[in-house]
Design a protein around this ligand. Structure first.
Ligand code: ZN
Length: 152
């Protein structure tokens, strides 16, 4: 099982389950299921948290995604964040095709964390159509996090 995915300024990098080729799912089309560029197998929905590596990648995702984006702000030294990680992965699997769940390491990406005025972690931000819709914080089981997301 894939524990997390990576992304760049154009899309999410998704390995093909059939042949292993890295396919780029462009942000504006993440709601659709494409086919592998190499073997033409149907690609699964993005079903794992996506690690955000830069502020420009994040800005592109936020501007272009047609799906809601749920951000998990975390850091390696944060105990509750470690507890949250498997729950967030579960939530990503359950929300496959309906939302994109991404992880932002606040130690490495202070630029993004300060944009959202993140203080205590784990913290969560829900984005729709390029706008911040809601924020919450603290450990929560996957189902509670998804219920919170769906209430908006
Ligand atoms: Zn393939």
């Amino acid at each position: 099982m894939i524990t997390h995915l990576t992304a760049d300024d154009r899309g999410i990098i998704l390995p093909c389950p059939a042949c292993g080729t890295a396919n780029r799912i462009i942000y504006s089309k993440a709601a659709l299921q494409g086919r592998c560029g190499t073997c033409k197998a149907e690609l699964p929905h993005v079903a794992a948290p996506v690690e955000i590596a830069s502020a420009s990648d994040f800005a592109a995702l936020m501007a272009q995604s047609k799906l809601p984006v749920l951000v998990d702000f975390w850091a390696p030294w944060c105990g509750p964040c470690q507890m949250m990680a498997p729950e967030f992965a579960k939530a990503a699997a359950k929300a496959a095709g309906a939302a994109i769940l991404v992880k932002v390491n606040t130690d490495e990406r202070q630029d993004i964390a300060s944009q959202f005025r993140v203080q205590g972690i784990p913290a969560f931000a829900l984005l729709k159509d390029g706008r911040l819709v809601a924020q919450t914080s603290g450990f929560q089981p996957a189902d509670r996090l998804l219920a919170w997301m769906h209430s908006y």
